[in-house]
Design a protein around this ligand. Sequence first.
Ligand code: SAM
Length: 264
Amino acid sequence: MPFDSTGKVSFDEVYTAPDPRPFFTALREVDYHLPQLAKPYFAKLIEERANPTVLDVGCSYGVNAALYRCDATMDDLYAHYTGEEAADLDRAGLLARDRALAKSHDVRFIGLDVAAPALAYAREAGFLDEAVRADLENDDPTPEQSAVLAQADLVVSTGCIGYVSERTIARLADLPGGRRPSMAHFVLRMFSYTPIADSLATLGYETVGVEGLFKQRRFASAQEQEQLLDAVRANGFEPSEQELDGWLCAQLHLSRPTDRRGHQ
Ligand SMILES: C[S@@+](CC[C@H](N)C(=O)[O-])C[C@H]1O[C@@H](n2cnc3c(N)ncnc32)[C@H](O)[C@@H]1O
């Protein structure tokens, strides 16, 4: 399997397929279940707000929205997309099955991703209410994109920091007409949240880290484990028992707006 520039195995090709079957097939192999661990934290933040709009950064096929909207677990989604029934369906058949699953909710989900096919699928399946295809690492949002993104009350992500940095996250906190959304990001220990926390601090946000490690997925090989444990050490951490035991781990960072702005 090829590695990306950070030393992780690259799953890039499954992020751009016309439907989620290759994504769930590949990620099942490495026991990817971070969205399942993130779900109760996101649910708490959602339920603390009245009819919130949630922006999922790097949402792919709308995984976090699907877990919430369909009352599903990651195991349910793995069975749903990699089982025999799914193998016999075409894209339209898969979508028809998914539309029947997604329940209407008082919560609106917006997805942001660079992968147009994944976003299109998530919209058509009814997981996302709106989708924005943009690369805010490199570009400002268009006025139309900005107007959609500015509706967010809450910004969340799983498995996306590293692909996106403070360039994307600070833009989302500082959109014209924006609602100064609270944020919850699950970040692999090989990546630092400090540049994001620092940029958000200049916009009047404060960040706290949640105690504990979250098992994101298993390492795909001994070589990947070795490379990523080096990256964890380079980021200032000693590998934990879980990491030595074969699990790639993330930490949860919560950033919320305060009354102060620009005083850092
Ligand atoms: C590891 S997947 C995570 C998908 C999903 N959040 C989950 O946890 O199942 C990373 C996602 O980040 C997206 N991505 C990569 N670069 C991005 C960028 N510059 N802006 C937004 N999304 C990006 C990829 O297309 C992919 O869908």
